[in-house]
Design a protein around this ligand. Sequence first.
Ligand code: SAH
Ligand code: SF4
Length: 410
Amino acid sequence: MAVSLDLTNKEIRKSLDILKPASAQKPSLVGMSRKEMGEALHVAGIADKQIKMRVSQIWHWLYVRGISDFANMKNLSKDFRALLEDKFDIARPKIVEEQISNDGTRKWLMQFPSGGAGKPVEVETVYIPEEGRGTLCISSQVGCTLTCTFCHTGTQKLVRNLTAGEILAQLLVARDRLGDFPHSDTPQGAIVPNEGRKVSNIVMMGMGEPLYNFDHVKQALLIAIDGDGLSLSRRRVTLSTSGVVPNITRTGEEIGVMLAISLHAVRDELRDVLVPINKKYPLKELLDSCRNYPGVNNARRITFEYVMLKGINDSLEDAKELVRLLKGIPAKINLIPFNPWEGSDYECSDWDTIEKFADFINANGYASPIRTPRGRDIMAACGQLKSESERMKKTERLALEAIMIAGHGE
Ligand code: SAH
Ligand code: SF4
């Protein structure tokens, strides 16, 4: 696609810098693909014939054992550990704050380097324990370029994309804190089996639009589902998008995880207001891309998220239109009671209205669970996440948006 914004190369280059984290003194091995790790080891002077074995040893320590200190990589020689220590980093990010809700939901505020000059950036990650499973809600960006009118994160401008390592670090920190890794002091200790793990599911539903940070999100998720490492089931990983149509098919083809769509309205006029990316990718295009989502079938349905806003999108007429629109798409509908935040203009629909809406959809053959709000007391519920970070200048933001759109295969 031709970039229509009138930007100088200098502005674009400057904005590209914002996409990267600060060139930390030592590169992190966390978040590198096997190939990248092999290349990094080669540059560090490791003999080519050793590289494959070294990569699999490090991979095991990082992702099966959850080690965050080279000294604990016990089966590696002292010299090799010293070399790794000298050249690379595997430390966890700083946890600025950990809050536990009275319903057991946990929220962490994590800090990463600024990505340029300025203060470090902060993102929120939320853990939601439920009967029989535990879901980690991961952020993909600091802030968001999009401005959905009911979303708190949307009031925070995009500061920068998270790297694959930073996206993955959120999962590693959660597993540390929840005891999902063997204790680092006893690296020979038993590995917590998959069924016993606290984090069984992940959802890319934290801060940011994951499909505007496609490459990093893809790399992080491929590592999270890698069978020789963190080993999450592909079917227990869900990516939620507001509707970046060109990257929806790529998500199915290249990552193969479950898809959730933030629908929220059934007519373009209203969706243009609630989810402004609809002006670029209207309902018809969005739903066509869902109909053709690779791997979609009745056992692997697409989730449509629908926030219940009083007097805005919650009538029975809306429910009818929803059923009509989704015809032919293997779908389930997740009704989300609106979570209020200070300064928001909306109210949550009455419980009675939500139930009637759900019953209608249900009677027409769609599962329509109402999402129980979790962690509202610590502002951890859907759409409440936000971090105090520096805002980008307008020119930088426009350049960045142009790059993200141009770079994604339109
Ligand atoms: N940016 C992505 C993923 C993050 S948002 C997306 O928009 O899909 C996760 C879900 O919470 C989305 O469906 C979003 O629309 C919804 N949401 C945002 N603000 C909300 C609020 N205040 N109350 C309830 N749900 C909200
Ligand atoms: Fe961004 Fe999603 Fe919030 Fe919209 S709902 S502003 S896309 S985080």
